[in-house]
Design a protein around this ligand. Structure first.
Ligand SMILES: Cc1cc2nc3c(=O)[nH]c(=O)nc-3n(C[C@H](O)[C@H](O)[C@H](O)COP(=O)(O)OP(=O)(O)OC[C@H]3O[C@@H](n4cnc5c(N)ncnc54)[C@H](O)[C@@H]3O)c2cc1C
Length: 416
């Protein structure tokens, strides 16, 4: 007999789309409702700054599931429909159209929204952020050969947009407030490797930049710095980070932490009937012994699974070692673990143009690894590093750096 209760998922993004699949595959035979405010079926965001800007793929070609997936799996997919509020006592959500839906378990997978500038001129035409399909199409339309594109922020989104714009024949200037690129994500040496790559390909990158205003009549014409320098541009892309979409959780009185929705290692919120996963959640990571929030594809995928299994009554801890990649020009960077938690770096050349940087904490435990180079030269090594991180391996930096010692052989060694 089918249960009449519903699993409700808020947010039809990477995580929501995968969660409904796992709920059905793992045997939930009651109703499943997926609610998303975007007009599209869930799609992958990583290609938006790469293949979509390069004109190689359309957002429709990035769908997580084919359109037939939802009816075939009896997922009641409500698109172009927001959730306005959660009533925890009644265990219902109210949609923006006024309809109320009861839930057995609720998953909040509302992702994040790009931060915007509050500078004078921020609303001029030609000023963009990049999070969704419409943003990507609007930016792609700006990337005509010969146009001048300014990018604010040398984080992953900013650098990927810069690489795509350069490849489309634009001239590109990246303006960053910090003294270096990728400040929060990778050690300085890794960031420098990427900056060198961009400069070799013709991207201008400036650090320690203070912006005064954006200038133009109705359309952006220049970014004006505090020292008076004008950086002329035909379009500007702002990539200065994201804010997790916690409004619903906050309004419902759920606990928040690290800017996201606080969940335990099973991804359960402070309400036992409600889970949160993906970019929006700050979860207790058993490996690091603290709460972290991640903004990456693999995490959204993996957490969808953990959350769905636990909504079905499981008690799975989310232990996956974080893994992230970014493609810029013909290079890939892959990051396993959390290099920012490291205090010592060991560097291993893995090919003619590829390097892995290992990050060890004060106790000598491997906490992160970042590989830069062609995908074929780093992917395998980063995968092994991920396994070593999961085991909290302590390996002398000299051994990690020594190319004659196979990384794989370190896996089988006794971990102190
Ligand atoms: C341009 C770009 C490039 C990226 N490249 C990479 C990459 O190379 N590698 C990598 O690892 N990661 C990358 N990422 C990050 C990755 O895409 C995200 O981590 C992932 O999409 C997070 O999934 P999510 O489901 O948590 O959130 P999202 O995919 O953002 O989905 C959340 C959804 O919830 C909806 N929503 C929010 N509030 C409500 C509401 N109240 N009611 C209904 N719906 C709501 C939103 O509209 C959205 O559709 C990239 C992201 C972007 C934007």
């Amino acid at each position: 007999m089918k249960t009449s209760e519903a699993m409700v998922v808020i947010g039809a993004g990477q995580c929501g789309a995968r969660a409904v699949q796992v709920l059905r595959d793992e045997g939930w035979d009651g109703a499943i409702v997926l609610i998303g405010e975007e007009a599209h079926a869930p799609y992958e965001r990583p290609p938006l700054s790469k293949a979509v800007l390069l004109g190689e793929r359309s957002p429709a070609q990035c769908a997580v599931h084919g359109e037939s997936f939802y009816p075939e799996h009896e997922v009641d997919f409500r698109r172009a429909c927001g959730v306005a509020s959660i009533d925890r006592a009644a265990r219902t959500v109210t949609l923006t159209n006024g309809e109320a839906l009861a839930y057995h378990r609720l998953l909040i997978a509302t992702g994040a929204t790009p931060r915007r500038l509050s500078l004078p001129g921020h609303a001029l035409a030609g000023v963009h952020v990049l999070r969704n399909a419409e943003d990507a199409l609007a930016i792609a339309a700006e990337l005509e050969p010969g146009r001048r594109i300014a990018v604010i922020g040398a984080g992953f989104i900013g650098l990927e947009v810069a690489a795509s714009a350069m490849q489309r024949g634009c001239s590109v200037a990246v303006l960053e407030a910090a003294p270096r690129a990728l400040m929060r994500a990778v050690p300085a040496e890794v960031a420098q490797r990427l900056v060198d790559l961009h400069r070799e390909r013709g991207v201008e990158i400036h650090f320690d930049i203070r912006i005064n205003r954006l200038e133009g009549e109705d359309r952006i014409r220049a970014v004006v710095l505090e020292d008076g320098t004008r950086v002329p541009c035909d379009a500007l892309i702002v990539g200065v980070g994201v804010t997790p979409r916690v409004e619903l959780a906050q309004q419902a009185g759920l606990e928040l932490a690290e800017g996201g929705i606080a969940v335990d290692a099973t991804l359960r919120t402070s309400d036992p009937h409600i889970y949160a996963a993906g970019d929006v959640c700050a979860f207790e990571h058993p490996l690091y012994g603290r709460r972290i929030r991640l903004e990456c594809w693999r995490n959204a995928e993996d957490q969808a699974r953990t959350a769905a299994l636990n909504m079905l009554g499981g008690e799975e801890m989310h232990r996956a070692v974080p893994w992230f990649w970014s493609d810029q020009f013909d290079r890939t960077i892959q990051i396993a673990g959390l290099p920012a938690f490291g205090t010592t770096t060991a560097r291993r050349e893995t090919g003619s143009a590829s390097t892995i940087f290992f990050a060890l904490d004060d106790a000598g435990v491997l906490v992160g690894a970042s590989g830069v180079g062609p995908n074929s030269e780093i992917a395998r090594e980063v995968r092994i590093a991920q396994e070593l991180i999961a085991r909290r391996a302590r390996i002398a930096p000299e051994r990690l750096a020594d190319r004659t010692i196979k990384l794989k052989s370190l896996l089988s060694e006794e971990v102190q």
